[in-house]
Design a protein around this ligand. Sequence first.
Ligand SMILES: NC(=O)c1ccc[n+]([C@@H]2O[C@H](COP(=O)([O-])OP(=O)(O)OC[C@H]3O[C@@H](n4cnc5c(N)ncnc54)[C@H](O)[C@@H]3O)[C@@H](O)[C@H]2O)c1
Length: 344
Amino acid sequence: MRVLVTGGGGYIGCVLCDHLIRAGHSPVVLDRFFWGRRPLAGVRVEEIVGDIRDLREEWFDGIEAVVHLAGLSNDPTAEYNPEANWQMNAVGTERLVELCKRRGIERFTYASSASLYDTESSANEPERSPIMCDESTEIAPRGAYSLSKRHGEEAILAAADGAFAPVIFRQGTVYGWSPRMRFDLVVNTFIKDASMHRRLFLHGGGWMWRPLVDVSDVARVHVMALEAPLDAVRGQIFNVLEENYQIRQLAMLVAGSFALRDVRVELVEAPLPSLVRNYRISNAKLSRALGFTPSVTVLESIERMISQLPGALEELAHPQNYNVRWMALLEEMHALQRGFRSIY
Ligand SMILES: NC(=O)c1ccc[n+]([C@@H]2O[C@H](COP(=O)([O-])OP(=O)(O)OC[C@H]3O[C@@H](n4cnc5c(N)ncnc54)[C@H](O)[C@@H]3O)[C@@H](O)[C@H]2O)c1
């Protein structure tokens, strides 16, 4: 299939394009390339440099399926410019769905987020285990990012019918190596901090729960959904995770993996951050419907990332690998070059 991958130049997108190619599909990447084009160098993809807020009809010529990843991809970047976040994540998704329907594109997968399960009440008691949420749990998301993702989900589900079979994945926090690396995701951050500072901070003791999943498993589920019988996935929401972990546990796994290499990493208790996220989710539905079993545990991924570190020292320090830091720098550069014209 010729698959349009919006946001295909990002952390998940680069890995997904590789999976699509290996499964015999032809990815066409539509991306603003906020983080540059280097990660896709040498990958056999067609590239469209474009914005999800300014979709052109001709980009959909010959497209048979869409994987929708584009947009601002975490809380800090969404809070940095909530209006741009809304236009990209909520309105952009709505327009993309309209266009797909107009063009008769039936297969569509969407990268939503497990952070939709995070609520005020679970966050207020980080030391208590939150309830296990599944796709039928009522959600009350908070924050610009989660609210825009929920709007995206609602627009997609409202459009599902006999000719449009969208699938929504509520992805846990992702870990693992990608050609476009992100060091602002909890496990990856711990690897970076252990390597650069030999110290990991446990905010509020690190008792909060989080569902986690390897980047290659996320890529795999999107491909599985594109290839599944349409009626098994049409209009369905699926949680995607390997397992739920407490942040404290993750720090211990990372410190332990460094200790096995004779590197001592200190664990330091720190005050609670202003935004506390605390939630646990189940992947039973995905396993039942698509036969999904995660293939890379967090421990295996930690080992792989540590073994890749010697060749990645430059990456660790580069601001392009930290979303909100890079956004702030891009804004500054544009302001200097053009008088103030926002990158957003
Ligand atoms: N990484 C995670 O832990 C995680 C967890 C849950 C959900 N998600 C979702 O998965 C998707 C991909 O996440 P990621 O980690 O690869 O993020 P990323 O930031 O690495 O990738 C996003 C990509 O979208 C592109 N993009 C952003 N705004 C755009 C616009 N207006 N028009 C065109 N392209 C645009 C960026 O250039 C980038 O290449 C996002 O929708 C994110 O919300 C990610």
